[in-house]
Ligand binder design. Structure first.
Ligand code: F6R
Length: 254
């Protein structure tokens, strides 16, 4: 795993956006695995900025998002499809039929998950998967205890994830209890993985993800077995790693 130090959220976002931008420039038909949440907002902003300057072109690229709440679709402002549209897609030039998010309105879980897996495999798999990390070590919505061998499936959100996501809803009772998520297998099949993390609240879990024993109770630990993972994190999120294993980090400031 390559760990890149960034001094703050802005610098993390620029570093991560650089990696995505390079991917799309080298292979304009790249399939990007994308994430929602607070972590990637700055990355999307930076990519929009470079798109506006003519430095990046998404017209031949594809995207597949990690997850979506069951019951919500792009018309709901809490859905991940809506998030992607409002924070990224509407500002850049992906072709409409090149972007994919699980359909939360398809309540037939088996059908929806099979459909989504087929989309990913028909695209030839994911070239670069962007990931945030949950406080409990989840990636996508693969919560603690997730089976490592699963592809897209329906999950029950863990209570602490509902609590963490309640900030986007009026009250925590409004947070949907179920979601569709790419499985660990889809994520691990991506050719490259880019993890971003910011803030002190991620420091311990990031250390655990990189140095902890690989186990389903901390799903992100599986990333240790992938051969092309880059972590870009800010000083706060890296603080536990810096304290315990300073040599693990590339580009640590003097
Ligand atoms: C989002 C996703 C989640 C988030 C994670 C971190 O599509 O799959 O795993 O990446 O919950 O969220 P933030 O970035 O809000 O801390």
């Amino acid at each position: 795993m390559k760990i890149i130090y960034a001094k703050d959220y802005e610098s993390m976002s620029r570093n991560a956006a650089n990696i995505i931008s390079a991917q799309v420039i080298i292979n304009p038909k790249s399939v990007l695995g994308l994430a929602t949440g607070s972590s990637p907002l700055g990355v999307y902003k930076q990519l929009i900025d470079w798109y506006n300057k003519g430095d990046i072109d998404f017209s031949s690229a594809y995207s597949v998002n990690l997850d979506e709440y069951v019951g919500l679709d792009s018309s709901s402002d809490q859905s991940y499809a809506y998030f992607m549209e409002q924070n990224f897609f509407k500002y850049i030039n992906f072709q409409k039929d090149h972007t994919f998010v699980p359909n939360g309105k398809n309540l037939d879980a088996q059908n929806e998950c099979a459909r989504y897996n087929k989309i990913i495999s028909d695209l030839g798999g994911i070239d670069l998967q962007l990931l945030g990390i949950g406080h409990n070590g989840h990636i996508g919505f693969n919560e603690p205890g997730a089976a490592f061998e699963k592809e897209t499936h329906q999950i029950q959100l863990a209570p602490d994830t509902i609590e963490a996501n309640a900030r986007f809803f009026e009250k925590s009772e409004d947070v949907p209890q179920k979601a569709y998520t790419m499985g660990i297998k889809n994520i691990m099949n991506a050719k490259k993985i880019l993890v971003i993390a910011s803030g002190l609240a991620k420091a311990d879990i990031l250390y655990e993800a990189v140095f902890g024993a690989i186990r389903p109770s901390v799903p992100a630990t599986i990333l240790q077995l992938h051969n092309d993972v880059t972590i870009v994190a800010d000083a706060d999120a890296l603080s536990t790693i810096i304290a315990k294993v300073p040599n693990a980090i590339e580009r640590l400031p003097k």
